[in-house]
Design a protein around this ligand. Structure first.
Ligand SMILES: Nc1ncnc2c1ncn2[C@@H]1O[C@H](COP(=O)(O)OP(=O)(O)OP(=O)(O)O)[C@@H](O)[C@H]1O
Ligand SMILES: [Mg+2]
Length: 211
């Protein structure tokens, strides 16, 4: 299955999510490969750090040109593609070959608007059948008194064309720290809240692995 992690907005957590998901799948012994379709190359950089540190498991990074060959990619069990707006051509191509598109949505009105635009963008792409679009709250509030995440979640639930995933990732330093060391949140702090949130999200995305 080809899963594209994409948004029109920068800094929503695409590379963080792609990296954590890729290692999680590799740990679950899935045959997983990743494509860094963003010229900023953040995913490439974090995988370089991980390789240099010698952390296992590692995941194979495929060249972005491989997106031209959907059939070839489908020989792998799972392919994850990290793509933003730095290359609109890559974003268009990635969405056109995707089985599903995963959208991390930070809890702000601007991100909800941008998600709406992104859904129109997905609809405008002609190719194979429209991929399923899945959205979840990333960088959510950790304080109960702050209601932005709940409001954003409510807005996301009512957006047509996107399936809302209930597990949220909160704004936590462990995502930053682990990433800079080439580690996932569940390797960095396996018993932490970040890892627990992560596992809940991964379980929804790949229910078959845990069933
Ligand atoms: N849940 C989170 N909690 C805390 N920090 C986070 C979280 N998710 C992402 N970040 C941080 O936010 C920043 C942006 O994340 P990331 O690079 O994954 O986003 P992106 O969508 O790939 O950005 P770009 O559009 O620039 O490619 C990074 O510094 C990352 O560590
Ligand atoms: Mg990125």
């Amino acid at each position: 299955m080809i899963t594209v992690i994409g948004t029109l907005k920068g800094g929503s957590g695409k590379s963080t999510v792609t990296f954590n998901l890729a290692i999680w799948l590799a740990m679950a012994e899935r045959d997983v490969a990743v494509i860094d379709a963003d010229p900023q190359a953040t995913l490439t950089d974090v995988l370089d750090v991980r390789r240099e540190e010698g952390f296992q498991p590692m995941v194979e990074l495929l060249d972005a040109s491989r997106m031209q060959d959907r059939r070839g990619l489908l020989k792998r069990e799972e392919v994850l593609i990290d793509v933003g707006t730095a290359s609109m051509d890559n974003l268009r191509l990635a969405v056109s070959i995707a089985d599903r598109v995963l959208v991390p949505v930070p809890p702000s009105q601007a991100d909800i608007w941008s998600t709406q635009r992104f859904l129109r963008f997905v609809d405008s792409i002609v190719g194979k059948d429209r991929p399923e679009v899945l959205g979840f709250i990333n960088r959510g509030d950790t304080h109960r008194a702050v209601r932005e995440s709940d409001e954003a979640a409510a807005a996301l639930v009512s957006l047509p064309g996107i399936r809302y995933l209930k597990p949220r990732l909160a704004q936590r330093t462990v995502y930053r720290r682990s990433f800079s060391e080439g580690l996932t949140v569940f390797e960095q702090e396996p018993r932490g809240k970040g890892a627990a949130e992560w596992n809940a999200l991964a379980a929804v995305l790949y229910a078959d692995i845990l069933a």
